[in-house]
Design a protein around this ligand. Sequence first.
Ligand code: APR
Ligand code: PHB
Length: 392
Amino acid sequence: MKTQVGIVGAGPSGLLLAQMLHLAGIDSVILESRPRSYIENRQRAGVLEHGVVRTLADCGVGARLAREGMVHEGIDIRFGETRHRLDVKALSGGQCVTVYPQHEIVKDLVAARLQTDRPLWFEARVTSLLDLETSRPRIRFEQDGETRELACDFVAGCDGFHGISRPAIPGGRIDSYGRDYPFAWLGILAEAAPASHEVIYAHHKRGFALQSMRSPTVSRLYLQCPVDDDVEQWSDDRIWSELHARFATHDGFRLNEGRIVQKSLTPMRSFVAAPMRHGRLMLAGDAAHIVPPTGAKGLNSAVGDVRVMAAALEAYYRHGDGDLLERYSEIALRRVWKTQRFAASLCTLLHRFHDEPRFHMRMQLAELEQIVEDPRAAELFARNYTGLPFDV
Ligand code: APR
Ligand code: PHB
């Protein structure tokens, strides 16, 4: 078996890359260890930057997103039990974000892939990457109880944080940077109309809380909690009373309650591996970097990588020009680091830290006041929130 680009992983990164390569007339095979139903139902974040919405539309996968996505022109930032609206559209020079659940993007991308008749194999688990430093790398995988191999020109490591691509790079050829945060998010899906039609970021002395949505009748809510908590410790009553406390405002705001249909815990981590290329292997998305979920940058950051990788492969196959491939890591990392900075600073700005609560909290409040009072601080925030420009 052989192809031009072997893609490990059918998350948003691998699927979008495959679609871009298809549009450029480049062959690929996608190998995904999980079944289709699993990847199409995995709950993840749901806020898309302005440029990501445009990218998906340009790739022919934006029709349902245009119909069902909820366009947001602003956000609500709460602190001191007072609400402040940031008009991110006006502040960023016209850029909005769109709320559209990530697993719906995965469904749209899988449907587009199946239409192309190019291979997307589920329950095909990659076990090793071979000969990455040659011009004919190979991907070894298990499918239907057999070990198989795929020969390719390039390997795209789109297999997420726990994948095998990053560890396939020999020690000493890759560096990592990062931090783990001393708290987690308890996330719920509730059958309740969102009480605010925009996303709410609530700074509170009891800890951070966030209200987002998945549709006009389903709320997505998160609560900061201790990192070693278990979902079992959070009864529905305890969750609602904590959410009400953290979203409360002096003007009497009240969340809508509804049946909780899903609960999960997300640890918080910042992580970057560099370089993002080793020989003929290129990493994209969570395989190379993780952001804490504040600001919902994970998928958005992955799209930045994929755009650079697809452009580099197109230049190579169309014009025999390997320059962008050589510079893939350098170009992708420029945007990755800026997005990392924004996600980490928003995480630090909004959460309660137990090691230095009093001083840290005063610093947070001073910065939050500056964002809502100083248009230049607000503009910088809005440009980052709605999405920095893509390099390619
Ligand atoms: N073989 C085949 N597939 C694998 C293997 C393997 N050995 N290991 C992991 N995978 C698959 C996973 O099952 C998963 O479907 O790779 C895929 C990686 O997808 P994501 O984790 O969603 O990573 P990515 O596509 O980079 O996601 C981009 O979206 O949801 C966010 O957190 C995600 O922020 C990230 C962004
Ligand atoms: C979400 O909808 O899951 C979401 C929204 C905004 C964030 C993070 C997550 O900052």
